[in-house]
Every structure is written in structure tokens, then in C-alpha cells.
Write a protein that binds this ligand. Sequence first.
Ligand code: DGJ
Length: 750
Amino acid sequence: MGVVYNKENKVFHLNAANTSYAFKIFGNGEPVHLYWGRKITKIKDCQNLFLTPTIQSPRPDQDNAEYSYNNLLREYPGYGDSDFRYPAYQVQTPYGDRICSLKYFKHEIQKGKNKLDGLPSLYSDNKENVNTLKIYLNDEVTRLKAVLSYSVFEKYDVITRSVKFENTGKDTLKLLSALSASVDFRTSDFDIVHLAGRWGNERDIERHALRRGTQSIESRRGASSHQHNPFFALASKDTTEYWGQVYAFNLIYSGNFLANIEVDQFLTTRAAMGINPFDFSWNLEPGESFQTPELVMVYSDMGFSKMSNTFHKLYRNCLCRSSYRNKIRPVLVNNWEATYFDFNEEKIMAIVKKGKDLGIEMFVLDDGWFGMRNDDKSSLGDWFVDKRKFKNGLSALSRKIKNEGMKFGLWFEPEMISPNSDLYKKNPNWCLHVPARHRSESRNQLILDLSRIEVCDYIIERMSDILSNCKIDYVKWDCNRFMSEIGSAKLPPERQMETAHRFVLGLYYIMDKITGKFDKILFEGCAGGGGRFDPGILHYMPQYWTSDNTDAISRLRIQYGTSMVYPISTMGAHVSAVPNHQTGRVTTLATRGNVAMNGVFGYELDITNFSSKETEIVKEQINRYKEIRKTVLFGDFYRLKSPFKSNEAAWMFMDKDKLILFHCSILREAIMPIKWIKLKGLNENTNYKLKNADEIYRSCNVIMEGRVNYLLEDTVFSGGQLMYAGLPVPSYNNSGDFQSYLWIFEKIFS
Ligand code: DGJ
């Protein structure tokens, strides 16, 4: 199990519960890929696994003249030898050439897994289940060393890869590209699936056939971005939610990334991922090393559902390190869409008191509490309470809120600086900029140069001061712009192209210090909504503000798309006002509640304006969420109907004692056929009692003249019936658009 080495044939065989990955050290020391896919218990020499078409092209090894790098499947392909496909790394020598030929010289197999220097990564509490293989490669001419790390998370069916470069020579080398991994597939018979979007519309599922040539998904914005998530999957053409093969890749990194997929002349596919080589280089002085981010690789032989559940469990247990990762989360109310910048202590305390009455557990004070911030034109960087708004200070406010029996959360945007701030007046060169060039503002702000340790230390000092002196239970960590004029006043010219990555390292340094020191605080990441929703941030923060778009119907797609990779317990979801502030759409309070309950639940509207009817509905919603949140956040999750492909959305959550089903019909037509929804993943002989049949079916039964009576009288269903016959979705004419339901079942133990 774990990692097996066959000395005779120089074959490495990595085994997870249902997955195998194998490669071999070729005659000249080149690691050559053999296999990745469904488990094969015995892999021998596998000579046949790297049969390649013969072709006239440069030979890497005259003794093995039948092989050419141009068509061998390679584990970590270099540049400049004879492989014309996309390389995984490129190095410039002091002579200006870019030739480097890394070859095997030794390997190590170890139990467990090391942390990566300065970068977030997966970890394992239980070392038995994780084994790491390190392949040491060396280039004789430059004396560049590279260590390819493969960690096998056996019980999760996951393999991760990363690379560490070290300059063991005497000359400075320049890394022009250093991807985390590259995988060659023998076929191109795949669809590529990835998550694309924009502000307010993150993580749409894109799926299309691979074609010859290069296709890429990338970010050049300095953050992983709303536009492209650092995730992609290669799926067989016939793969569905519950059937077919999927090879999925997710990079644990929050900056510029590249996923490069190339289909070559022989219709083989090279898939590689890592830090984007665009606008990147890294000087390696003698003795220095460079660590790439970690790439998580998931194989599923049962479609996207299995892939997602693998990511969800892995990330909850081995990525998020917060003590909250497997704990239920408090129901919160956030004042952003309730007040924006227009609030004072009286207004805040009115929200707190009403929240308490409704059963809400935490109040979050969003943007506008510091400096002179009455709008978004000033004060970022001046992390001192605005005494015009809170005359007794933040510590007094936090005590008042706690005295009401509520938890208290606070918003920060630590990475930013407003040109209109005291911090900028004092340190105008603390932002990313290029001398003599215009500094482009976005939302009236610039980005702090986190490649500078004194800047990082200032943020740590300011945040620590507030977090230690006030009673704070939660922090929302925002970031509202991407990078422009990327340059650092501190770095020499030859290192300017290191700035964007050094920024990310600085960010991780700050997050590591703050979340490590204040480990009782619940942290939520945010970047103009879901603009940096990636595993890098989730390492430090167990939840994320999924999108600034709080419209329940837009959220169907956003939350469905996000669930492809990220656990439900990471997705912040709030009930907001109607007409919705982003779309102008009007939906019922019930539907807004039902959709938001499919994540980390909260409210983001002026709850002090609720009518008595709304107050009652919201109290019920909160009680309901408290009853189901453990199952929603940590249960197995199954997508049932895709809002990308149909006029409805449905999914379900299940743990050992509950089953929660969600369905939303989007647009209503006249006299619609009854929709049936078939559940997944149940034991067919287990019985489930529908707890809220009355609420769901009573009103439509009246209209349908008693035709769904049986659903009201006999509310116990077998798993078999729920999966194979399904349940009808209540349906009646004139019901309008956006009807949604949450079915709550309890498992009957016999
Ligand atoms: C963007 C966030 O996504 C919002 O939720 C809110 O916190 C604002 N920033 C505040 O400026």
C-alpha cells in the first residue's frame, strides 16, 4: 500500500484506496509516466505502457533510439532537449541559454508529509494514511536540483504533487517557469470542465471537448480571481454526475496560476498546472531554493459527484486547519447590505438586539468602522476605530454586544491602502507601484507591497492590537481589487518579476501569523465576494463569502458551481433584501431562506424593519437551520438537478441521522408537468420519515383536490423508493416563479 518501489524495473507504484499512479525511471534517468486511474493492484515492468509512435525527431538517448522526448509520457518535462510540447519548468543559466536536463539520482519514501516552506498545503493528523515519495533530480551542468514530491492520501483517494528547486551550483540561475506538476495522458478523448465567471457570478461550470493545440485557464490578476478558479478536470466524454472517469486538478495557491492543457500531434494530452509563468521569474542564488505550490489530483471512476465528495472530505479534514473546520457555525447578521457605510452605535445596537430576539448568534460589523471611512474613498490602512461612530471605542462596543449574548465579528481589508489615508501620507511607497508610472486605483485603493516584511509586520501589529483588545469571535478578511503596475520599491531590477509571487508569500505569512495567534477566532475569506475562493485561503480560513451577489436565484448557480470542488461548510450564504441589490429580482423570504440554508447561513439586510409576519418566518428559518446545519455543512452532498442545464435546481445532504433535500423551480409556465426528483446515495432498505410533509404538500394538496393525500398520511419512505421512484415536487398553477422547498427526513433505525 502507499508507495511501492520495484527496484528491478525502477517502477514506482502509488496506491490509494481505489486509485493507482505509476511511473518508471527510464534508462537515462528520465522519469516516465506509466499510469493514473482506477486501481491496478499489480503493475510490473509496464514496458508496454510507454509504447510511443516512432517518429524522426531528436533522440534524448542514443542507447534507446526508439524513444523520443517528443512523444514519451513524461513526469516533469523540461525544455530545450527534444520535446516540443509545453514544459513544466524552464531555467536560464548565466550564459543565457535555457537548457536544463533534470535526471534521477535517488529517491526517498516517508510516512506522512512535510509542510511546504511558506505555502499552505494539505496535512495529515493521522500519519498512517499518508505516504510521500520524493524523487531527487539533478542537472549535471547547472547543478540545479529538483525534488518531485508525491503524497498519497490513501483513504481519500488523492495524490498531491509539488516540486522544490535548489541551486547547488556556483552561479545564479533564473527560473523562468516552475509548474507544480505535469501529467501526460495517452489519449485526448476528454472534455475539459472548469469554473469561470466574473464579479457577482462566480464559478459557472464550463464544459467542452479538448481540441488539438493548447488550451489554458489562468489568472494574470495577482489573485486566483472571480474569472477563473484554479481548478480543472478532464472527464471522459460520457461522464455524468454519477458515471464516468474524471481526473481533477486543484492548485493550493491564491495568486496568478496557469493550467495548460495541450493535445499534441499523436492525440496525447499534457496537463500541467502551477504558478503562471506569465510575468514571473525567480532568481536562484547559489544555496537558495524555490518551493512550488501543491497540486491536488483527484481521480474518480464514478463521475463528478464522487470527485466533489472527495474534495469536500479532504479539504475539511486535511486542508482547513482552523479549529472550526468540523464545527457548526453561528447564524450571523452582517450590516453591509443593511446600512452600507451609514451607521452609528445606536443603529448597530438596534440590529444586535433584534438579532438576539430572532435567534441569531453573531453580529458582524462590516466596512466603515475605522479611520474616517464614510464611503470607499479613504482610510484603508488606518486600522483605528472611528470615534465619531463609536465614541467609547471598539472594545466597549464589543463588550456591549457580548452582554447581549451575541458573538461579535469584524471586517478588515488588510492588504489594501487608500491614497487618502494617514498610512499613505507616511509611507507613499508601501504600495505596489512602478516609479514614474501612474498608480491605477480601483475602488479608490492601491495594494500594499506585501513582499516587504515591514509592511507585513505593520498589518500584523495593527490587527493583533484590535483582536487582542476587543472581544472578537469572527473576522471577515476582504480584498477588493486586483494588481496593476506590479513592482516593489524594495526589490532590485532582476527580481521585479518576483513581486506578484512574493506578495502571495507575504499574504500567507500574515494569515499564518494572525490565524495561528488568534486560533479561537472564526475567519471568513472574501475578495469582492468569491474572487479568491481557493484552497490556499481555505488552509487558513474555513469559510468564504461565496459571492457579493446575494440574489437567491443567481446563488443557485453560484453555489452549485462552487460545490464542484469546495465543501458546503466553506460557503457563506445570506438572506438579503428584495428587490435584490445586485439583480433587482424579487423572491419570497421562504426561497431566500431555503437557498441560504444550503451553506453557512446568515442575514444581510435591515432586520430592524421586519414586519411581525417576517419576524415569525425568520425565527422559524433560524430554528430550522439550527436543526439541520450539522447535516448540511458536514454531510455527504449530492447534486440532483443542474441549474446550468434546466429550469430547476436540486441537491441533497445526508449524514447518519438526517437527510435534507432542496429543490427550486426557476421559471413557472402554465399547467406544468409534475416534476419528480430521485434521490441518491441512500441505503435502499433504510426507512426515512419526512418530518415536514404538511408544510410542503398541504397547500398544493388543497389545490390538487386531495391528489397528494398519500404523501400527507404515510410519510415514511424506503431509500429504494426515494432513489428509484422519487418524490413529486409540489406543483400548482399560478404559484409564480422561484418556488423552493426543503424536505427534512429523519432516518428510522430499526
Ligand atoms: C466587498 C465584500 O464582498 C462585501 O461583502 C462587503 O464586505 C464590501 N466589500 C465592503 O466594502
